[in-house]
Design a protein around this ligand. Structure first.
Ligand code: B12
Ligand code: SF4
Ligand code: SF4
Length: 386
């Protein structure tokens, strides 16, 4: 077992000799950049009133659709002082995920399930490692520090905006000037007093390309996403996938990138080579034949409700209905298996996929399960082009 790093524990009190100020900030910033962060900035460790108001407004306007995350306890996720007594600064760091697709395996198999860019590699793991190095330095200098990387306890985009790292795009993402929005965000809340940044002005200007590009119209106002329509959330939400948005889902199985891939600043920034092997897509049929343990390991990094693989299989079945080839035996025998699956939710989505592929003859119209019966009442038309 590796020895615990002694500096990873916070001192009980802040040392009176602990450094502060611009020079110290430069030292911390350099540690972060050397550790792979694209850039860092500092925001005041104060209540983030705008984000707090927005979280409540989204809840009140019914835009949350069962999401917990930062919405569960808005007063907590917008108040850094709750997480660290005496907190003075939030050091925000971002890591780029604008890397090339270098995946070579599996991709020849059809149908292919598409994964959104932020999940191609364990970016949050790398982000956390880099931020931990900054936090280690703070602690060894006598400060207290806590790291958050995509944690529900902190509203990351607002911290990045306050830290002068980027502006809020109309697609709700934080965009870095000259580099677009393919960045994950994390922070270190600390007792160090560091020079605060000034938030950036809007950089979208007259552009609004992301709004019509969203396949479901989920950007309901500039910077406001309706989670009832956002495919990224619908893919994570447990239960029956909203029928209205299944066709728009197309081949996605985890996350959605459309509002970013059309974005001019993000497009202009381009992508770079990576030494990491990426996972940008999966062999859908192979994944549908995996047992729970193997499937769970294959998507270890993803957010999956209660790690119940039913929801991943559900997404894969919709993919089959949208892009599977009905003349492919691999596809049809998989569908047959799922039409007899013990879980009603999965039979329901298999029924939908079978109807889309023109295989109504495979469907058991006497299935007594209420979820399947509901599907039978709303069978989709044969997929266009078949
Ligand atoms: C819940 C959540 C989601 C939800 C809801 C998204 C949402 N927009 O609220 C779902 C599951 C849909 C989702 C999807 C995605 N997410 Co997400 N998600 C989160 C999470 C956990 C909380 C976000 C939150 O608190 N939202 C609450 C609302 C109130 O905040 P907001 O949307 O930022 O709203 C602000 C703006 O409206 C702004 N504002 C106010 N007035 C105005 C006016 C104008 C004109 C404008 C432009 C803005 C503006 O102020 C609001 C408050 O700060 C964070 C991680 C974290 N702990 O913070 C990641 C996070 C936001 N997600 C991230 C990513 C990468 C994604 C996806 C790209 C993943 C994917 N490819 O599928 C998509 C993008 C969808 C989108 N267009 O937003 C990154 C964003 C990185 C970045 N560069 O911005 C984060 C920060 C994770 C991380 N730590 O890196 N996500
Ligand atoms: S992630 Fe996809 S579904 Fe969600 S707002 Fe962006 S384009 Fe729309
Ligand atoms: S597509 Fe245009 S409006 Fe949307 S986030 Fe990008 S620059 Fe802003």
């Amino acid at each position: 077992m590796p020895l615990a790093n002694p500096s990873s524990r916070n001192p009980k009190t802040v040392s009176p000799d602990a450094p502060h100020g611009p020079e110290y900030w430069e030292k911390l910033r350099t540690i972060g950049v050397d550790a792979g962060l694209h850039t860092l900035g500092v925001a005041p460790a104060e209540v983030m009133h705008r984000a707090l108001g927005q979280l409540h407004e989204r809840i009140d306007n019914d835009l949350v659709n069962g999401m917990k995350f930062t919405f569960l306890r808005p007063e907590r996720s917008t108040n850094p002082a709750i997480h660290l007594e005496g907190a003075k600064s939030i050091i925000v760091g971002v890591r780029s995920y604008a890397i090339d697709d270098n995946q070579t395996s599996e991709l020849s198999q059809s149908p292919l399930g598409k994964i959104a860019r932020y999940a191609w590699v364990d970016h949050y793991g790398f982000l956390k490692d880099s931020l931990n190095l900054v936090a280690d330095q703070l602690r060894s200098d006598g400060h207290r520090a806590v790291v958050f990387a995509d944690d529900n306890a902190m509203v990351d985009r607002e911290t990045a905006w306050l830290a002068g790292i980027g502006w809020y795009g109309k697609n709700a993402n934080i965009l870095l000037p000259g580099h677009g929005s393919f960045f994950v965000i994390g922070c270190v809340v600390t007792t160090a007093d560091l020079p605060m940044a000034t938030p950036l002005e809007d950089g979208c200007g007259a552009c609004s390309r992301c709004i019509p590009a969203c396949p479901t119209g989920a950007i309901v106002e500039n910077g406001v996403i309706d989670a009832n329509k956002c495919l990224s959330w619908l893919l994570q939400k447990p239960g029956i996938f909203d029928r209205e948005h299944r066709i728009a889902l197309h081949d996605r199985i985890y996350g959605c990138d459309d509002c970013q891939t059309v974005c001019p600043p993000t497009r202009r920034a381009g992508t770079t080579e990576s030494s990491e092997l990426v996972q940008s897509g999966v062999d859908v049929v192979a994944w549908l034949h995996m047992d729970d343990v193997t499937l769970n390991e294959s998507c270890q990094r993803w957010y999956v409700h209660q790690r119940d693989m039913t929801w991943i299989r559900r997404n894969l079945l919709i993919n089959i209905g949208n892009v599977g080839d009905p003349t492919d035996d691999r596809v049809m025998s998989t569908l047959r298996t799922y039409l007899q699956h013990p879980r009603g939710e999965l039979r329901a989505h298999a029924v939908w996929a079978a109807a889309r592929l023109g295989a109504r003859n495979l469907i058991d119209f006497n299935d007594p399960d209420p979820m399947v019966r509901e599907e039978l009442l709303h069978l989709p038309a044969l997929r266009t082009g078949l």
